[in-house]
Ligand binder design. Structure first.
Ligand SMILES: [Zn+2]
Length: 391
């Protein structure tokens, strides 16, 4: 576990009393940041240099970097779930995000015990968890973290471990409780060269930005605490996420309203129904196409047709458009690429086929994994049958 922030002794969340002298304070001298819009643009332009982030993803992360400055004012737990199958791209993203946090804590693998033995952290700390394979322990920790104010007792001491958190995994988190509360960001694999950020240029950016963030927190704390931004057109929990992100923006109503645009598709998914249910159907559709003899790729449009066919066949009175299907594919960790002039889609490489089968198995799709002659059906079923094999 690598600590990015200097942290004095004592245990991590041990009864932290925000705002009192007992909380370690950051030694960052505040510096004028101009307007809220200028500070927002500075963060957005910096994150936009990452080639794997879509415009929406850049905006979501920029708003997040404002919200984590005021965790005590957020009605809910500030939480981002990044799904990234590309390890180089995700490692760069985490280093870039760390630059936009006042006190980042970058962690590889997380367990409850490791968090409880952390030294006392400066405030406001943001946890950046980089764990390729999500497991039960990670989800258990995230569940505890997702309840701000709820403390846990260990060895006669109270611990509050609810920190603003960003989790980066190669496969999507499955726990509904956690997934529902997340701001979702998909990182597309980057074929071209990544921007050359060496350690020095990143820390130079962080050194310039953090004093401005500190000033923003100091100057706007009362405003943010008393802010009443709302997104009544959204259903819960998207409404709560929008409220948290909008409330963290001081003196810029158009920037606040933009939150509604970037969360619209996430809200639509909540309205259509549980996302995991739709994702299971998308996984089933790509499984079906991957089983078609002689097929080496599938366009997003073709996947959409199959998805809608399955939906209709199961009596569901909804139809998805290719954009929504692309979004669900990304959420599953399957990233479309430009195939030809006909548009984007997925190539059925061995690696992708294996992934599709594992997803189909994980989501318990209704199509049985018993296609004659399919090595991945055989492989997946043998994994499922062997109880001690890690999944
Ligand atoms: Zn198969």
């Amino acid at each position: 576990m690598a600590l990015t922030s200097a942290a004095p002794k004592n245990s991590a969340g041990e009864s932290k009393n925000h705002g009192t002298l007992s909380t370690p304070q950051l030694l960052i001298g505040p510096v004028d940041y101009g307007t809220t819009g200028q500070l927002f643009d500075e963060i957005r332009d910096f994150l936009a240099q990452h080639p794997g982030l879509t415009t929406d993803a850049v905006l979501k992360l920029s708003y997040f970097s404002f919200a984590i400055l005021f965790p005590e004012c957020a009605g809910i737990w500030p939480f981002v779930s990044v799904v990234a199958s590309d390890s180089v791209g995700s490692s760069l993203l985490l280093r870039m995000i760390a630059c936009t946090c006042l006190a980042p804590l970058h962690i590889g693998e997380v367990t409850l015990n490791s968090i409880l033995t952390l030294p006392r952290l400066p405030y406001p700390t943001t946890m950046l968890i980089d764990q390729l394979a999500p497991n039960k322990e990670l989800e258990r920790v995230l569940r505890i973290m997702s309840r701000p104010g709820g403390r846990i007792v260990r060895k006669g001491k109270f611990h509050d471990i609810s920190f603003p958190t960003l989790v980066c995994t190669a496969e999507p988190l499955r726990d509904r409780w956690i997934v529902d509360q997340a701001i979702h960001v998909g990182l597309t694999p980057t074929r071209g060269s990544l921007p050359l950020f060496d350690r020095q240029s990143l820390s130079e950016f962080a050194r310039k930005l953090r004093p401005k963030l500190a000033r923003y927190r100091e100057l706007n704390f009362a405003k943010i605490r008393d802010s009443h931004f709302d997104a009544p057109g959204f259903t819960s929990p998207t409404r709560d996420i929008a409220t948290m992100l909008g409330n963290a923006i001081a003196d810029d109503s158009s920037l606040q309203r933009c939150v509604l645009v970037i969360l619209e598709s996430q809200d639509q998914e909540v309205r259509i129904g549980r996302t995991d249910w739709i994702e299971a159907i998308v996984a089933e559709a790509v499984l079906f196409l991957s089983h078609e003899g002689g097929r080496s790729q599938a366009r997003v449009g073709e996947i959409t047709d199959i998805v809608n066919g399955i939906l209709k066949g199961r009596g569901q009175n909804i139809a998805l458009d290719p954009r929504a299907v692309g979004h669900h594919l990304r959420a599953l960790g399957i990233f479309s690429v430009r195939l030809n002039r006909a548009g984007r889609g997925i190539r059925f490489t061995k690696e992708i086929r294996r992934k599709i089968h594992r997803l189909a198995d994980a989501y318990n799709v209704l199509t049985p994994l018993n296609q004659v002659g399919c090595e991945f059906c055989a492989e997946t079923t043998s994994r499922t049958d062997a109880p001690n094999q890690p999944k």
